[in-house]
Design a protein around this ligand. Structure first.
Ligand code: DQA
Length: 145
């Protein structure tokens, strides 16, 4: 089974209690379970990780680059300004998907720019937890022979 790494950045560990009117009431553990279940359905072994630390996220992207592991990344606020994440993501020679629960384009101006959008295979935003399931489907379709 192909392994897929789902990486969640800062504040996403607080899903369920964090601004539920924007991010929904699903907790991070429930989201992780949904991703693992969708992965099984698609024949993917999904591992979900979360950190508030940019250094952890960079290290996990290096690991994905070294093992050619597909990545689904919700970089949280780092999306909008972390060139370090952008440079790490650019090294992953496997499908990569940028995901967001909300639709950043419909929110504050500072969320309109993504510094990672140009180095991912594609982006999915605005569908809540379903954004992740759509991203897994996109990865599965990219991996089909
Ligand atoms: C987010 C959108 C970002 O602007 C925000 O900083 C987040 C979550 C989303 O999933 O909608 O932390 O990435």
């Amino acid at each position: 089974m192909t392994r897929v790494l789902v990486i969640n950045g800062p504040n996403l560990g607080r899903l369920g209690v964090r601004e539920p009117e924007i991010y929904g009431s699903t907790t991070h553990e429930e989201l992780a379970e949904m991703c693992r279940a969708e992965g099984l359905r698609l024949g993917l072994e999904v591992e979900v990780r979360q950190s508030d630390s940019e250094a952890d996220l960079v290290a996990w992207l290096h690991e994905a680059a070294d093992t050619r592991t597909p990545v689904i990344l919700n970089a949280g606020a780092f999306t909008h300004y972390s060139y370090a994440l952008r440079d790490a993501l650019a090294q992953v020679g496997a499908p990569t998907v940028e995901v967001h629960l909300s639709n950043p384009a419909a929110r504050e101006d500072f969320r309109h720019n993504s510094v990672i959008a140009a180095v991912v295979s594609g982006s999915i935003s605005g569908f809540g937890a379903t954004s992740y399931l759509l991203a897994l489907q996109a990865v599965a379709s990219r991996l089909e022979p």
